[in-house]
Ligand binder design. Structure first.
Ligand SMILES: [Fe+2]
Ligand SMILES: [Fe+2]
Length: 193
């Protein structure tokens, strides 16, 4: 099958109805896509993989099923092994090697995209003007976006060989253009001073 972002969106939305999950998929897609572009990788394939990484979470909300039972569905649909393997590798409990740039990037963008998104949701200007410094401060507050695994955020930056600040900055920049789709306000929404 030809791997396209559109086909991935079709699969994702067939299994996922929750707005929060769709927004998570879009946020991770934007981050992973920006890294693909930056490094001259196959952006369409990377975006498709990012969109699909949690496609089965709504029907398989526990780790004895997600994402391994989802992978079986993807294989049935004819998604290439490169995509399926990358989807599987984002899950810590499967302990799969992250031996390709796509696997490393997906892992590195998953938790951090969710976290930066959460930071933006509580700001009047969304992710506009958001600085790595304040993201890092929030990372140290366990009660903020408590579901985000901090250790995976730190491990992700290391896996990419990036300083955490740089990785955070890249993710912020990736989310900015799709702020409306993510339910984020922008600087344009803020009341004039
Ligand atoms: Fe997941
Ligand atoms: Fe995810």
């Amino acid at each position: 099958m030809e791997v396209t972002r559109e086909r991935a969106w079709e699969t994702l939305t067939r299994y996922t109805k929750s707005e929060a999950l769709l927004r998570h998929a879009l946020a991770v897609e934007a981050s992973v896509g920006s890294y693909a572009q930056r490094s001259g990788e196959d952006e369409e394939l990377w975006r498709a993989t990012a969109l699909l990484h949690d496609f089965d979470y709504e029907i398989h909300p526990t780790l004895d099923q997600h994402p391994q039972d989802g992978a079986a569905i993807l294989r049935e649909e004819g998604w290439p092994e490169e995509v399926v393997e990358a989807v599987l590798s984002h899950a810590e409990h499967l302990e799969m090697p992250r031996d390709t740039p796509l696997k490393r990037t997906l892992f590195a963008c998953d938790e951090l995209s969710g976290f930066v998104h959460a930071c933006g949701l509580v700001r009047p200007t969304g992710v506009d003007g958001l600085e790595p410094k304040s993201v890092k401060k929030k990372l140290k507050q366990p009660s903020f976006a408590a579901g985000v695994h901090r250790d995976e955020v730190y491990a992700g930056a290391e896996l990419l060989g990036l300083e955490l600040d740089e990785h955070i900055r890249n993710v912020i920049a990736a989310l900015q253009p799709i702020a409306p789709e993510l339910g984020l306000r922008t600087a344009a929404d803020a009341p004039a001073a």
